[in-house]
Write a protein that binds this ligand. Structure first.
Ligand SMILES: Cc1cc2nc3c(=O)[nH]c(=O)nc-3n(C[C@H](O)[C@H](O)[C@H](O)COP(=O)(O)OP(=O)(O)OC[C@H]3O[C@@H](n4cnc5c(N)ncnc54)[C@H](O)[C@@H]3O)c2cc1C
Length: 449
């Protein structure tokens, strides 16, 4: 996406990619999360389709089935199923590798854009307060490339903070939440039968830091992911996978896969912490450098926000470059715009993560209030289509927080609280059914990262 928007403003754009070999059918080394299911939220899909006209039509033509939220998704959250009245949110679930392949094919066709693989960026080059290029290793040879603007899109492992510090710039404040999350994914052949859903989601509870989801991967297969936080990690062996699925707060996901035939091995992935580098708070930063995507902020993946946030940041960059040529203070405006993009998804993940009693982090008054308020919203969204629609639009980053504070919604929350159904947030602690004791106490030891 960064390459796409830069092509609007520069004659020549070079996309430097460390991976030398890119097989369009296989996950690659540089994106290990590519082996896990990725959902592109409605907001991200809309932006992407705007920059790559015909993208959605291409998905449909290739047989990628749409999934309408919430009517085709059975979503169990905090003890109740979400209301399933339509609210115009559609995603197109498909494997991350295929999504990435589609985008790469489109980027390759852009005028002035070159994808250079096997190029590992090793350092930034500076001239006074300006980044003028990068040093890289290309097929084992050291090289340099100069550029008017460098955009770091190297993901969670970005070295930019280290490089900036080495050049005498202050490190940005860094916010983190140690989620200690492990997810395991397995593909299954769909079972025969008529069902009123295409996907199932089971959200964790504060007292049960584990959940799972099942999405269609294509016409014949489902992709199932189980996840757990703070040591409640799902095992990666076939028996443990199923037993863990049975321990979720509703047995529906387990029942869907219990008799399904696996179509692949179990793939495990660890996500230790979510991190936000607060470049919007730095006083000094070089001209000619920006960041995008996970390099700036990476979220707990369970919420599926990362790619959509990156799309929003790319659009913000495009808009800014349309207003001004890269200059010494472009970074200030860009990071300010990114702040307003990032605040909502960051707060959402903090609020949810901090519901787990063992999660470390400051439970500020704002967070406690939002947990109380959204706790009521979650319960209301089981029965009230307006509340459910507003909540889902915010979750898909299609709408901003004020939508949740619409007077009609505030009234409903207050009424619910006043009626004494619950002065505290709704059923957040819940003893799940059919929880085999083996996986309550005997959790698989976990050392890999
Ligand atoms: C398990 C898991 C599940 C997820 N599920 C979802 C989901 O459902 N929906 C969603 O929106 N997001 C999801 N995410 C988040 C999503 O993967 C990221 O937000 C997104 O990929 C970020 O894109 P990026 O371009 O910033 O980084 P990446 O996609 O990580 O890409 C970074 C690229 O930079 C290259 N690179 C790295 N270092 C260098 C270097 N020195 N020189 C040259 N190239 C380099 C890498 O090879 C790679 O190609 C998930 C993440 C995880 C971990």
């Amino acid at each position: 996406m960064a390459a796409r928007v830069l092509a609007n403003h520069f004659e020549k754009v070079t996309l430097l990619e460390r991976d030398a070999e890119i097989d369009e059918r296989q996950p690659r080394k540089g994106v290990p999360q590519g082996r896990q299911f990725h959902a592109l939220l409605t907001s991200g899909l809309g932006i992407l389709a705007g920059y790559f006209p015909g993208f959605i039509e291409e998905l449909s033509a290739d047989g990628v089935d749409s999934l309408a939220f919430p009517e085709e998704l059975r979503w169990f959250q905090y003890g109740s199923w979400k209301n399933r009245a339509p609210c115009d949110l559609v995603i197109y679930p498909e494997a991350r590798v295929r999504l990435e392949g589609r985008l790469r094919a489109r980027v390759r066709k852009l005028r002035g854009v070159k994808i250079q693989t096997g190029s590992k960026v090793e350092a930034l080059e500076f001239d006074c307060e300006q980044v003028t290029g990068v040093r890289l290793t290309q097929d084992g040879r050291a090289e340099s490339i100069s550029a008017d603007l460098i955009v770091d899109a190297s993901g969670r492992g970005s070295q930019i903070v280290k490089w900036l510090r080495a050049a005498g710039y202050p490190a940005p404040p860094c916010e983190t939440m140690e989620v200690d999350m492990v997810s395991v994914t397995r593909i299954y052949w769909k079972t025969a039968g008529i069902r009123d859903w295409k996907a199932i989601g089971v959200h964790p509870l504060p007292a049960l830091a584990r959940g799972g989801h099942l999405f269609p991967l294509d016409a014949e297969r489902w992709i199932v992911t189980l996840f757990g936080y703070l040591g409640e990690h799902p095992p990666a062996d076939p028996e443990g996978f199923l037993l863990f699925a049975r321990t979720l707060s509703t047995p529906d996901l387990y029942e869907a896969i219990a008799s399904a035939v696996p179509a692949g091995e179990i793939v495990r992935s660890r996500y230790s912490r979510q991190t936000r580098h607060r470049f919007d708070r730095v006083e000094r930063f070089p001209a000619g450098l920006l960041l995008i995507g996970d390099a700036m902020c990476s979220f707990d993946p369970v919420f599926g926000q990362g790619m959509s946030v990156a799309c929003k940041e790319a659009r913000a960059l495009d808009q800014l470059l349309g207003l001004q040529k890269p200059n010494a203070i472009l970074w200030k405006d860009y990071f300010r715009r990114c702040r307003s993009i990032l605040n909502l998804p960051w707060m959402l993940t903090l609020c949810e993560g901090l519901r787990f009693p063992r999660m470390k982090g400051r439970r500020t008054l704002k967070i406690r209030f939002l947990q109380w308020y959204t706790g009521h919203l979650f319960s209301l969204s089981a029965t009230n289509p307006q509340v459910c629609g507003a909540f889902l639009k915010v979750l898909h980053l299609e709408a901003a927080e004020p939508v949740l504070f619409h007077p009609a919604i505030v009234m409903r929350v207050l009424l619910r609280a006043l009626r004494g159904w619950s002065a505290a947030p709704p059923p957040l602690s819940y003893e799940p059914m059919r929880r085999p004791s083996k996986y309550i106490h005997d959790l698989t030891p976990d050392t890999a990262d």
